[in-house]
Design a protein around this ligand. Structure first.
Ligand SMILES: N=c1c2ncn([C@@H]3O[C@H](COP(=O)(O)OP(=O)(O)OP(=O)(O)O)[C@@H](O)[C@H]3O)c2ncn1[C@@H]1O[C@H](COP(=O)(O)O)[C@@H](O)[C@H]1O
Length: 122
């Protein structure tokens, strides 16, 4: 069950490993791990295959853009959560973990996007 919505800017005390805990839950929904499409939204999505969760990623990205265009911070937070969640379903399908993405961001830390682009051009 999902938690109650919170105002933007408030941080839960135990939020630091929420991505890892969510990934653990999502992995249990894989067909290979006995995920039951009758009793789980995630299992249903994973059982349908990539087209289903890729469609959701496209929808949630569009909804985030619309929330941002409306300058609605509460909706930006909610739509970003929807987008991250569905991206995590995709990671689960591919046997990947949020830690893989965080490691990639850590690898990029401190390297300006302008500098990285200039390196690619040479
Ligand atoms: N974080 C989420 C989460 N975020 C969003 N959603 C669901 O994602 C669905 C799609 O969102 P939409 O706004 O598009 O709603 P919709 O129009 O009804 O969706 P569709 O019918 O078009 O797919 C909704 O049913 C949301 O409830 C989530 N469902 C589950 N989780 C987490 O995943 C865990 C496992 O979920 P189950 O596998 O369903 O038990 C949960 O305990 C939660 O921690």
């Amino acid at each position: 069950m999902m938690g109650a919505p919170r105002a933007p800017g408030t941080v839960m005390a135990d939020s630091s490993d929420i991505l890892a805990r969510l990934a653990d839950t999502l992995a249990t929904r894989l067909p290979a791990n006995g995920g039951d499409p009758q009793g789980s939204y995630v299992a249903k999505l994973l059982a349908k295959g990539p087209d289903a969760f890729l469609k959701k990623i496209g929808e949630e990205a569009t909804e985030l853009v619309m929330a941002a265009k409306d300058a609605a911070p509460d909706r930006v937070v909610a739509e970003t959560a929807d987008l991250w969640f569905h991206c995590m379903v995709a990671l689960t399908h591919f046997g990947l973990r949020p830690e893989d993405v965080l490691a990639e961001l850590a690898r990029r830390e401190g390297l300006s996007g302008l500098e990285e682009k200039a390196r690619r051009a040479t």
